[in-house]
Design a protein around this ligand. Sequence first.
Ligand code: SF4
Ligand code: SF4
Length: 161
Amino acid sequence: MIKPPNYRSLHLFAAKSTPKWKRFYTQNKKKMEGMDLIVHALHEKYSSTIDCLQCARCCKSLGPRIEDKDVDRMAKKLRMKSADFMAKYICIDEDGDKVFNTMPCPFLASDNYCTIYESRPKACREYPHTDRKRFYQIYHLSIKNAPTCPIVYEVLEELAK
Ligand code: SF4
Ligand code: SF4
């Protein structure tokens, strides 16, 4: 298992394994629909052993897509009006989605804690998606997430064994 500080080289490990992960999908396409239980068990295994506070790579490099309900919840937490929160923290990306206007995330503290944890966006709650139903539908998206997230990397590695 890759541990910090080697997360800095995760993109290299992931690039090396990507052909193997793609081959696994092609060879097991018909069985992928029945793999949720295995993938979810791997998710539990690695999300309980990898410490997100030692990592925070998603908060530092990925912009979660933000929904209107997220804006209202975060604004309420900060005792701001939603319009003021939008003006201060949100911009629209090239796909027309709302995202935070700075990266790393403006709510990431120096100790890697999320300062609005209970009110964080839905996309942050669901990341890295390896416990999602019908995982096969986001298998290829997970390959794209693996260079960022060690949980995704380890799940794909063990799944392909
Ligand atoms: S990138 Fe993955 S392991 Fe790192 S903090 Fe985010 S969810 Fe946790
Ligand atoms: S809101 Fe919190 S969990 Fe989401 S990216 Fe920012 S610091 Fe990370």
